[in-house]
Ligand binder design. Structure first.
Ligand SMILES: NC(=O)c1ccc[n+]([C@@H]2O[C@H](COP(=O)([O-])OP(=O)(O)OC[C@H]3O[C@@H](n4cnc5c(N)ncnc54)[C@H](OP(=O)(O)O)[C@@H]3O)[C@@H](O)[C@H]2O)c1
Ligand SMILES: *[C@@H]1O[C@H](CO)[C@@H](O)[C@H](O)[C@H]1NC(C)=O
Length: 289
């Protein structure tokens, strides 16, 4: 009880105070003229993000494998009012492509303000037995390419004091059956990008990182994959896409988007934040700067 009074309560009050003092309203103009990359933009949530960004007057460079899909999305983006819209098709299994893509996008837009990492490789639902290759492939596409893309983009993002959105899932915060390889990749994103976010704060690198924790969303892929297996109400992809953009523009650490606000509240894990905050004090970091 004494411990609670002495440490936890003041810290909680500080946290809440900080949280509410920094609440800023989102305005669509925040994205006007901004230079944004969206990966996995040929369909699903990525495509919806491209459409919202276009309506807000942003420049977009989109990527995915399907050239045909991207072409359609880009023409729609231009109709919707994008400042400019381009695509570069390729696979995120190929790390050389991932790196070159960022440089091409930077050249097309003359810089970069926001990097939205959203693509995933398709992982069928099932108990994990012995398909080790599927774990490796999922790690390459869903995790490792995110590391490559963000590393290649960092110089431009530093210059613009820009933002990174990392699209994750409740499967990146909790255990669920049938998605072991996918879940591993989403937990890896949390470990990597939450650490890099701390390092940015310590090293005064003004590039924000927003981890987006999504529940079931009504994209075609997700609806097909979960049909008859996972019974839960799906949330709309259009609103989901907007929430990711809002949270990223507001430079939030995390965005939760789920049908149930209970799930969001419980997965938010204030305990972890408090321990992270306290353990920073144990480091002597001078020689790393
Ligand atoms: N939908 C949900 O219920 C849900 C729930 C939680 C989290 N999320 C997260 O939300 C994000 C988007 O999900 P979604 O449902 O919108 O997915 P989706 O509709 O299946 O879209 C996936 C995108 O990734 C691209 N892609 C697939 N394989 C690729 C590869 N090897 N290289 C490059 N691009 C590739 C696809 O285009 P091509 O096939 O043309 O390459 C497509 O544009 C993901 O990060 C996912 O984990 C979704
Ligand atoms: C970081 O960048 C944002 C967006 O440009 C800006 O609003 C904020 O003031 C910057 N913070 C610092 C500490 O420079």
């Amino acid at each position: 009880m004494a411990f609670l009074k002495k440490y936890l309560l003041p810290i909680l009050v500080l946290f809440l105070g900080y949280y509410y003092s920094t609440v800023e309203e989102f305005r669509p103009e925040m994205l006007q003229g901004k230079k944004v990359i969206v990966t996995g933009a040929s369909k699903g949530i990525g495509r919806e993000m491209a459409y919202h960004l276009s309506q807000m007057g942003a420049h977009v460079v989109l990527t995915a494998r399907s050239e045909e899909g991207l072409q359609k999305v880009v023409s729609r983006c231009l109709e919707l009012g994008a400042a400019s819209a381009h695509y570069v098709a390729g696979t995120m299994e190929d790390m050389a492509f991932a790196e070159q893509f960022v440089h091409k996008a930077g050249k097309l837009m003359g810089g970069l303000d926001m990097l939205i990492l959203n693509h995933i490789t398709y992982s069928p639902l099932g108990f994990f037995r012995d398909d080790i290759d599927s774990v490796r492939k999922a790690m390459e596409v869903n995790f490792f390419s995110y590391v490559v893309l963000s590393t290649a983009a960092l110089p431009m993002l530093k210059q613009s004091s820009g933002s990174i959105a990392v699209v994750s899932s409740v499967a990146g915060k909790m255990a669920q059956p049938l998605v072991a390889p996918y879940s591993a990749t989403k937990f890896a994103l949390d470990g990597f990008f939450s650490t890099v976010r701390q390092e940015h704060s310590l090293a005064k690198v003004n590039v924000s990182i927003t981890l987006c924790i999504l529940g079931l969303i009504d994209t075609e892929t997700a609806m097909k994959a979960t049909s008859g297996v996972f019974v839960a109400e799906a949330a709309p992809k259009e609103e989901c896409a907007l929430e990711i953009i809002k949270g990223t523009a507001l430079r939030k650490d995390e965005v939760y988007y789920h049908k149930s606000s209970w799930v969001s509240l419980l997965l938010n894990n204030p305990g972890r934040r408090i321990v992270e905050y306290l353990s920073i004090g144990n480091y002597n970091l001078e020689r790393f700067f």
